[in-house]
Ligand binder design. Sequence first.
Ligand SMILES: [Zn+2]
Length: 349
Amino acid sequence: MADDQTDRHAWLVPGAFEVAPGVHRIPLPLPMDGLRAVNVYAIETGGGLVMIDSGWALEVAERQLEQALGAIGYEFGDIQRFLVTHIHRDHYTLAISLRRVYGTKVALGIGEQPSLERTMTRRLDGQARQMVRWGAEPLVKRWAETFGEREGGGDRYEEPDEWLDGTTAIDVGDRTLTAVPTPGHTLGHVVFVDERAGVLFAGDHVLPNITPSIGFQPEPAKLPLRDYLDSLHLVRSYPDLRLLPAHGPVTASTHARVDELLAHHEERLAESLGAVRDGAATAYEAARRLGWTRRHTSFDDLDLFNQTLAAGETAAHLDVLVLRGELSSSSVDGAGGLVEYRLTQPPAS
Ligand SMILES: [Zn+2]
């Protein structure tokens, strides 16, 4: 089947789509409105398959994966290994449920270890402490009200068989993938480079149509946007490759998209600085002054989950402005408590 990209939603159509010789893109459903689907990639090795990411452990996703593999002549038992880009449940959890049945090996970036530990032991207070730091008390209150209705999902998580540590070469049949740590979206995010095939398995690090969330994870990162921008520059230092993202269609150029993402964050840094100049003192106050999503939705029109992401993103931008010397903050080490920001240079009158 050809990979039809003419329509914006064409990438959601179920199936297995060959995007490079022996590499198949398989979209799987997600139970949220926003993202709609996650792409997993099946790589033929001669003796079976290696998968990049697995999908969310949902019955409907498992069935759709089974059908897609069937269409290219494989079944679950043929999967030799899952290489997972990061810990988020739409990437990691189906690998864990399939391992329980088939014994499939699962690999994950070592930077995810603290977040995995927190998830498995249900120590999920890290985000709440972060919200206090952002001045987002109203969000803490609303999360507390909904707490208990939301399933923690700790039982979906187990340790991987293998931790990917540093930049590593991985043999997959007769090809070699390079696992490259790209912290930012999460602390342990990893992308996989196949230079010979000219493709990048980008996970959520570089997405074609949306900007990935920054640092949403159980173990808070100190400077997630600084990490993320560094990781974008790192990917930019590899040859220009076809972008095989976890969400959205396959596109022609990693370099082109990385450049757009870098420009986007410079713009957001300028807007965040502007929000402080206009009187916002905390990340939460600044977030409420900014527009969100491509449509510049107001903060109050976002749901609780997206308001939390938005406040966190704003904090990440303000912290980079502190790092650049454009802002100063009441607490530089992020060691708990509310953080307030102010201009290092008073505004010209
Ligand atoms: Zn994702």
